[in-house]
Structure formats: C-alpha cells, structure tokens
Design a protein around this ligand. Structure first.
Ligand SMILES: *[C@@H]1O[C@H](CO)[C@@H](O)[C@H](O)[C@H]1NC(C)=O
Ligand SMILES: *[C@@H]1O[C@H](CO)[C@@H](O)[C@H](O)[C@H]1NC(C)=O
Ligand SMILES: *[C@@H]1O[C@H](CO)[C@@H](O)[C@H](O)[C@H]1NC(C)=O
Ligand SMILES: *[C@@H]1O[C@H](CO)[C@@H](O)[C@H](O)[C@H]1NC(C)=O
Ligand SMILES: *[C@@H]1O[C@H](CO)[C@@H](O)[C@H](O)[C@H]1NC(C)=O
Ligand SMILES: *[C@@H]1O[C@H](CO)[C@@H](O)[C@H](O)[C@H]1NC(C)=O
Ligand SMILES: *[C@@H]1O[C@H](CO)[C@@H](O)[C@H](O)[C@H]1NC(C)=O
Ligand SMILES: *[C@@H]1O[C@H](CO)[C@@H](O)[C@H](O)[C@H]1NC(C)=O
Ligand SMILES: *[C@@H]1O[C@H](CO)[C@@H](O)[C@H](O)[C@H]1NC(C)=O
Ligand SMILES: *[C@@H]1O[C@H](CO)[C@@H](O)[C@H](O)[C@H]1NC(C)=O
Ligand SMILES: *[C@@H]1O[C@H](CO)[C@@H](O)[C@H](O)[C@H]1NC(C)=O
Ligand SMILES: *[C@@H]1O[C@H](CO)[C@@H](O)[C@H](O)[C@H]1NC(C)=O
Length: 420
C-alpha cells in the first residue's frame, strides 16, 4: 500500500517535472507579440500612467513574455496587476496575441484610449473594474468579437450603451454596474445567447427591459438593483430556468411579479423591492425551496405565507415587510435552522410569535412596533423568548452593531416611525 502511494507520488513528480520543462520551453520560444497590439498596449498603458512589472512580464520589452505566457499563472492571480495573458500559437507559433487584460483598482483616472478596441484577440477583460474611467463606450467595442468576460464595473463611464455590445456574441459575463451611463438597454443585448452573468446595478440605465432579452435563457445571475428600469417585470424571466440570483431592488418597476416566476425553482437569491401598482401573490415562491435569501419588501404583495415555508431549509434571510400579507405567522418559520434575519413588519399578519425559535434567528422585525432583536439576549432567554419582552424595545438601546442588519433594522424602524 505504502509503496503503491510512493510510486504514485513518483509518477506525479515526473509529470510535474515534465510540465515545468514544457513551461520553460514556452518561455524561451521565439514567438513575439503582434507588433500592432504591442504598440496599442504600450500606448494605452502610457496614457494610463501604468506599466508592467518587468520582473513578471514584458521582459526586455517583449510584452508576451514571462508570466504572460506561463500556463501556470492565470489573469485572476492577484499578485500580478496590471497584467496580460497571451496566446502564442498563431502563425506556426511565431506570433502572440494578447488575450486577457487586467488593470484592476489601480486608480486610473482617464478615458479609455481608442487603441483598446484594436485588441481584437481579447477574450477576457474581466478586470478593468474599480478605476475612474470616464467617457463613453464607442461603437468600436463591437470589434472585440472574441470577448467572453467583460467587466467595466465601478468606474465613471457615461453616455449610452452602444448597440454594438450585441456583436460580442461570445460573452459569458457582462458587468457594467456602478457607472454613470444613461439611456436604455440596447435591444441588441438579446443576441448574447451565451450570457450567464449580467451585472448592471447602479449603472444609470433606465427605461423598460427590451423584449429581445427574453432569449437570454442561459442567465444564472442578474443584478439590476438601483437603476431606473421601468415598466412591468417581464413574464419571460420565468423562462430563464437556470436563474439562481435575481436582484431587482429599487427600480421603477410596476407589479405584479409575474406568475411565470413560480417556475424559477433554481433560485437561491431573490430580491425584488419597491414595486408600484399591481398586487403580486406570494404564491409564486411556493416551489422556490432552494432559496437562501428572499427579500420581497414593499411590493404590494398579498396572499399568505406558503404553508410549506418550513421546507425552505436553506433560508438565511426572509424579508416580506411592507406588504399586504395576511394570515397567520407560521410557527414553522421560527424552526428554520439556517434563518438568521426575519422581517415581517407592516403587513396584515395575525397570531402571536411562537414560544420557541431556532438559535440562529437573531434579528426579527414583526408587526409594526413589535420589534424583537435577540442578538443581545441571553441564548437561554432567546430560545424561549417572549414576544412581549421584545416589543418595548428602544432602537438606541438594544442593537448590537453587528454589521448590515443593524443598519437594516434601524432603517426599517425609521420607516415605521414615518408611517405611524
Ligand atoms: C529561436 O531563434 C533562434 C535564432 O533565430 C534559433 O536558433 C532557434 O532554433 C529558435 N528556437 C525556436 C524554438 O524556434
Ligand atoms: C515594456 O517595456 C518596454 C521597454 O522597456 C517599454 O518601452 C514599454 O513601455 C513596456 N510596456 C509596458 C506595457 O509596460
Ligand atoms: C512550422 O515550424 C516548424 C519548425 O519551427 C517547421 O518545421 C514547419 O515547416 C513550419 N510549418 C509551416 C507551415 O510553416
Ligand atoms: C472597428 O471595426 C471597424 C469596421 O471594421 C473599423 O472601421 C474600425 O476602425 C475598428 N475600430 C478600431 C478601434 O479598430
Ligand atoms: C455589429 O452590430 C451592428 C448593430 O447591431 C450590426 O449592424 C453589424 O452587422 C454587426 N457587425 C458584425 C461584424 O457582426
Ligand atoms: C453623470 O452624468 C451626468 C450627465 O449625464 C452628469 O451631470 C453627472 O455629473 C455625472 N456624475 C458623475 C458622478 O460623474
Ligand atoms: C417561454 O418559452 C416557451 C418555450 O420556448 C415559449 O413558448 C413561451 O412563449 C415563452 N414565454 C414567454 C413569456 O416568453
Ligand atoms: C412553467 O413552465 C411550464 C413548462 O415550461 C409551462 O407549461 C408553464 O406554463 C409555466 N408556468 C407558468 C406559471 O408560467
Ligand atoms: C400603474 O400606475 C400608473 C400610474 O401611476 C398607470 O399609468 C398604470 O396604468 C398602472 N399600471 C397598472 C398595471 O395598473
Ligand atoms: C441546501 O444547501 C445545501 C448545501 O449547499 C445543498 O446541498 C442543498 O441542495 C440545498 N437544498 C435545497 C433545497 O436547495
Ligand atoms: C390587501 O389584501 C386584502 C385581502 O387580504 C384585499 O382585500 C385588499 O384589497 C388588499 N389591499 C391592497 C391595497 O392590495
Ligand atoms: C418546531 O420544532 C419543534 C422541535 O423540533 C417541534 O416540536 C415543533 O412542532 C416545530 N414547530 C413547527 C411549527 O414546525
């Protein structure tokens, strides 16, 4: 047995060794960077006031060298920034093209130089985020047709999104959130059939969601909170059967939440808030048993909490506050072992809080004025807690300042005070 493992280790060692030799060879190959790409990248970096760490790549002025062509280092590796990756297999392994670019959180304050849109072999600029890039995206962005991962989020880009984004049909990830764009979503985005992740929260985008977007059936993650998206929430989202995360908080959408949403059984995170007219039924969530986060606050929702809520075993946050939900507060909610935050305030729920609750449940906001926060209570007191003990609770006394929930609760309280 021991010998067998030894032998196995030997084989692995040999394998690792031969791989290293291969990498070594790759690094000494004679392939050189496409000269026009080299000019473009050098110009972009010079305009941005950054340069390669020449101990890592751009050794002796050759961009595609060192870690840039080393298959054991990925563009994601945080030790390399700014960074590029190259593919040197072109022209019988004599030409390298730049395939990935990272300029992540380097405080670049500048427009995007036109030269960037000449790097047509790029598949990955997942990491252009967290700078202060200004100006608009030109139609030339549509020339980067090999692009798969594009992230320009957290910058100060403005203007309308060019319809040529629809030419980037290989895109798997598109992220342009936290920018200062204007105008609507181009209907051409409906051509991005491979798209799995779309991040556009706080992007400045407004107007209705174009019907063409219906074809994006591979979407798994959609963040679109804090935008000015208007109109009704499209029915067709109920056809995005792979959807796991949907964030639609703080838009100008009209209700209701379409009944087609009841088919979205892969959802683990659903956040919709602030829907104007149109009463939605809570019935849509009945089969979403994989949810870990469910936030449906202030949506004019009616109906009662589904009786099977006790089957939502992975639920950690449940916020149904500021709706028109009726019926009894179900005891099974308080048995959910993963649940840590529960907000049911400002509804038409009846009944009393149960005598017992799961030990994870530390933040509770129930009927208007009935605020219970057990995070400061003794675990013993908590496991057998009395609703009345918590209802005389003063915001400035009891809250532990444990992160987000503190602010969240405080905010909810303020709203309560305003309404009453
Ligand atoms: C690289 O170029 C040198 C000189 O031009 C040549 O001797 C060598 O064989 C080349 N190596 C490869 C891997 O093509
Ligand atoms: C690469 O090195 C050359 C020669 O030192 C330099 O002129 C060029 O600006 C460098 N490019 C980058 C992107 O750092
Ligand atoms: C590719 O390069 C190899 C050796 O470097 C050479 O033998 C071969 O003829 C080349 N092929 C073409 C199509 O140029
Ligand atoms: C993009 O492609 C168009 C059409 O081929 C061309 O006219 C334009 O110069 C290209 N843009 C850049 C920045 O290379
Ligand atoms: C790019 O998109 C525009 C507008 O959608 C379209 O007219 C054009 O044909 C597309 N170009 C390519 C090369 O696909
Ligand atoms: C965003 O763009 C608007 C014009 O569309 C401009 O007035 C505003 O100053 C910009 N905001 C930032 C933070 O750049
Ligand atoms: C959902 O997809 C089905 C099958 O592709 C299609 O018939 C139906 O019209 C779609 N529903 C919506 C609302 O787009
Ligand atoms: C859910 O999907 C099925 C199968 O695609 C479809 O027949 C049904 O109408 C959908 N339900 C709703 C409420 O859209
Ligand atoms: C929602 O309200 C707006 C005005 O507030 C109205 O124009 C629109 O018709 C309403 N929509 C529905 C579905 O009731
Ligand atoms: C709950 O989470 C666990 C662990 O992530 C997972 O294996 C399980 O499938 C989830 N349950 C549901 C109903 O999604
Ligand atoms: C609230 O729900 C009740 C039924 O429980 C319904 O009669 C009433 O119209 C709803 N109110 C609003 C504003 O939707
Ligand atoms: C909650 O769990 C306790 C202990 O497992 C059990 O006795 C009780 O019936 C449960 N309550 C509900 C409403 O599921």
């Amino acid at each position: 047995m021991g010998r067998c493992i030894l032998k196995f280790a030997h084989v692995i060692a040999l394998c690792v060794f031969s791989c290293l030799v291969k990498v070594g060879r790759a690094q000494t190959s004679n392939a050189t960077t496409d000269p026009s790409e080299a000019r473009s990248l050098n110009s972009i970096f010079s305009k941005w006031g950054i340069s390669a760490d020449q101990t890592q790549w751009n050794k002796s002025g050759e961009l595609c060298s060192g870690r840039a062509i080393d298959s054991s280092t990925t563009i994601e590796d945080t030790a390399y920034n700014p960074f590029i990756k190259c593919d040197c297999s072109y022209n019988n392994k004599t030409t390298c093209h730049i395939t990935a670019l990272k300029v992540y959180a380097l405080d670049v304050i500048s427009e995007i130089p036109q030269e960037l849109w000449t790097l047509t072999y790029l598949t990955n600029f997942r990491k252009l985020g967290q700078n202060y890039l200004t100006g608009s995206l030109p139609p030339d962005i549509g020339n980067l047709t090999r692009m798969q991962y594009m992230s320009i989020g957290i910058n100060a880009l403005s203007g309308e999104l060019p319809k040529q984004l629809g030419n980037l049909t290989q895109l798997i990830v598109l992220s342009f959130g936290s920018n200062n764009f204007s105008g609507t979503l181009p209907s051409e985005l409906g051509k991005l059939l491979k798209l799995e992740q779309l991040y556009m929260d706080s992007s400045g985008i407004s107007g209705p969601i174009p019907p063409t977007i219906a074809s994006l059936k591979n979407l798994v993650t959609v963040w679109a909170s804090d935008t000015e998206l208007t109109g009704s929430i499209p029915d067709f989202i109920g056809n995005w059967s792979k959807l796991q995360t949907l964030r639609f908080q703080g838009n100008s959408f009209e209700g209701p939440i379409p009944s087609s949403f009841s088919n979205l059984t892969s959802l683990t995170e659903l956040r919709i808030s602030g829907l104007s007219n149109g009463s939605s039924s809570l019935e849509v969530i009945r089969n979403m048993k994989s949810l870990t986060i469910l936030e449906l606050r202030n949506n004019k929702m009616s109906g009662s909490i589904p009786p099977n809520i006790g089957e939502f075993r992975n639920l950690t946050q449940l916020d149904l506050s500021f709706n028109n939900i009726s019926g009894h507060i179900l005891g099974s909610i308080f048995n959910l072992s993963s649940l840590s935050s529960l907000f049911l305030g400002n509804n038409k729920l009846s009944g009393t809080l149960p005598q017992q609750k799961s030990s994870s449940l530390n933040n509770i906001l129930s009927r208007s004025g009935d605020i219970a926060n057990c995070s400061n209570f003794h675990p013993r007191a908590c496991s057998n807690f009395h609703p009345r003990a918590c209802s005389n609770f003063h915001p400035h006394e009891g809250f532990s300042s444990s992160g987000q929930n503190y602010f969240f609760l405080l905010f909810a309280l303020m709203i309560n005070d305003l309404l009453t």
